[in-house]
Design a protein around this ligand. Structure first.
Ligand code: HCA
Ligand code: CU
Length: 429
C-alpha cells in the first residue's frame, strides 16, 4: 500500500526509545531503568539491545485479530468490518495479518477482498494441515498460508486420533503441497509447549527439509513460565534455522512476558490481537507488544503508536466489549492520576508517574479530584475554577479537607487538554 510510507513521523517517535542506551542520561527519568533493561537483555541474548536504528534486530508483529480474535466468545465481524480492521492494522504498521478463509463462505470472501487490497502487510491465510485447506488459500489467491496441527500426545490421541508418524506425514505433505503451489507457508506445531521435545524437534526438522518458510511455536494453553518459554524456544532454535513465530495464550496472565521471553531466545515474530482478544483469555495485546518492542527493545519497527487507542476503540465499537479501565496503554485509567502526592508531582512533571507520554500512544492524561486530592490537588482545582489561593495554602487545605470529609470518592475526572496542559508547570513532558 503506497500510503503506508510515512509522510510524517508517527507521534510515537517523538519520545525516543533508549533501549540500547548503556550510560544513563541525566535528562531522561527512565535512563537507569533502561540501562538495567539493556544489561539484562544483553546478558540473555548475547547481543546489545537495539536502539531502533538500522543495526537493531527487528522483531516483527503478526496480528491475528481477524483469526484468533474472532475465536473470542461473542466476537463476530462483518466483512466490511474485517476489511476496515485490515486497513487500519496495515496503516499501523504490522508485518503480517492473519485471517482464516476456511471458517465460512463469508470469511473466504473477506480473505479474497483483503488480499486484493494490495496492503503492505502479508496476508496469511490460516487453516488446518490438510490439502483441502491449502486449496482454499490458493482459491483466495493467497501468497502466504499457515497450517496448524496438534502435536502433543493429548492432541494426537484425544483430538486428532492419529499417531506421531501420521502427524509427521501430514505435516510434511502439507508443506510440500503448499510449496508446490508456489505459496509461502508457516507451520504451527499446535500445543508445542506440551509436546515431547524429541518429537517436536524431529517434526520441525522434517518440515524444514520440506522447505517450510516459518514455524510457529505456540503455548496453546498458556501454561508456560517466561523462563520455561525461553528454554522451549532455545530447544528448537538450537536445532532449526527456519525463522520462528511465537503464539502464546494468556491463561495465567503471562502472555506478553512469554512472548518477549521467546524473542530473547531467538523468535523474530510475535502474534497479537487488538486488545488481546482470542480463545478463552486470548493472546498478547497489540498495544502492549508494540510499546514494549519500541521502548524496551528498540526493535526498529515503523509503528504508528498514536493509533493504538483508535484501534482499541474500533474493536470496542465492533464487539461491544470495552477494554477494562486499567488495561495498559489504551485503558481509560492508564493515564489517570489520583492520589494527592501523584497529582502534586505530575503537575510539575508528568514523567514522575508516567513511563511514556500518553499522546505517544493516542491516549490522554486525566486527573481525578476527590477525597485523595490533597492540598496541591485542591489548589490546582481552585485555580482551574478561577479561585485565588493567594500564596498561603490555608484555603487549599480547607478544600482538601472538605473533599475528604464528603467521603464521596472521585468527584471530578478531568481530561487534561492542551489548555490545561499549558497550565501545568512542566508542560507536556
Ligand atoms: C488454533 C490454535 C492456535 C494456533 C496458533 C498458530 C494455538 O486455534 O488454531 O497458528 O500459530 O493457540 O495453538 O491458535
Ligand atoms: Cu491460539
Amino acid at each position: 500500500m503506497a500510503g503506508r510510507k510515512r509522510a510524517q513521523p508517527a507521534a510515537g517517535k517523538r519520545a525516543q526509545p533508549k533501549a540500547g542506551q548503556s550510560a544513563p542520561r541525566e535528562d531522561d527519568p527512565n535512563a537507569h531503568a533502561y540501562s538495567y533493561n539493556a544489561r539484562g537483555l544483553e546478558e540473555r541474548t548475547g547481543r546489545p539491545a537495539g536502539d531502533g536504528g538500522s543495526s537493531s534486530r527487528k522483531i516483527r508483529v503478526l496480528d491475528s485479530t481477524l483469526r484468533e480474535g474472532e475465536q473470542h466468545p461473542g466476537v463476530s465481524f462483518t466483512n466490511k468490518q474485517r476489511i476496515q480492521i485490515a486497513w487500519m492494522l496495515d496503516y499501523f504498521g504490522v508485518d503480517q495479518i492473519e485471517i482464516s478463509p476456511v471458517i465460512s463462505d463469508d470469511h473466504r470472501e473477506a480473505t479474497k477482498t483483503i488480499i486484493k487490497q494490495g496492503l503492505q502487510a502479508d496476508i496469511v491465510s490460516h487453516g488446518r494441515a490438510i490439502r483441502e485447506d491449502i486449496d482454499v488459500s490458493i482459491g483466495c489467491d493467497a501468497k502466504w498460508c499457515a497450517a496448524y496441527l496438534g502435536i502433543s500426545d493429548v492432541h494426537l490421541r484425544d483430538k486428532l486420533r492419529i499417531t506421531r508418524q501420521e502427524a509427521a506425514r501430514r505435516a510434511v505433505d502439507t508443506v510440500e503441497y503448499a510449496k508446490k503451489h508456489g505459496l509461502s507457508i508457516r507451520f504451527t506445531v499446535e500445543d508445542g509447549s506440551r509436546a515431547d521435545p524429541e518429537f517436536l524437534i524431529s517434526l520441525c526438522r522434517q518440515i524444514e527439509e520440506a522447505k517450510v518458510d516459518r514455524i510457529s511455536l505456540p503455548d496453546t494453553v498458556g501454561i508456560m513460565h517466561p523462563a520455561g518459554m525461553y528454554e522451549f524456544v532455545k530447544c528448537v532454535r538450537s536445532e532449526i534455522s527456519v525463522p520462528l513465530d511465537v503464539h502464546v495464550h494468556n491463561d495465567m496472565g503471562l502472555a506478553v512476558a512469554n512472548a518477549l521471553s521467546a524473542c530473547d531466545a531467538g523468535v523474530d515474530q510475535i502474534h497479537t490481537t487488538i486488545d488481546g482478544i482470542g480463545e478463552r483469555t486470548g493472546i498478547p495485546p497489540l498495544a502492549e507488544v508494540a510499546v514494549a518492542l519500541t521502548y524496551l527493545y528498540g526493535s526498529g519497527n515503523d509503528f504508528r503508536l498514536d493509533m493504538l487507542q483508535d484501534l482499541s476503540r474500533l474493536i470496542e465499537d465492533y464487539t461491544g466489549m470495552p477494554p477494562y479501565d486499567s488495561k495498559p496503554v489504551v485503558g481509560s485509567s492508564a493515564y489517570k492520576h489520583k492520589a494527592g502526592t501523584h497529582l502534586a508531582a505530575i503537575l510539575r512533571n508528568p514523567a514522575a508517574y508516567e513511563p511514556i507520554p500518553p499522546r505517544a500512544v493516542g491516549n490522554r492524561r486525566r486527573i481525578v479530584f476527590g477525597g485523595l486530592a490533597g492540598k496541591t490537588g485542591a489548589a490546582y482545582l481552585m485555580s482551574l475554577l478561577g479561585l485565588e489561593t493567594s500564596g498561603d495554602d490555608k484555603q487549599a487545605r480547607a478544600v482538601a479537607a472538605g473533599l475528604k470529609g464528603l467521603g464521596l470518592g472521585d468527584l471530578i475526572d478531568l481530561p487534561v487538554d492542551d489548555r490545561l496542559e499549558k497550565k501545568m508547570t512542566g508542560t507536556n513532558k
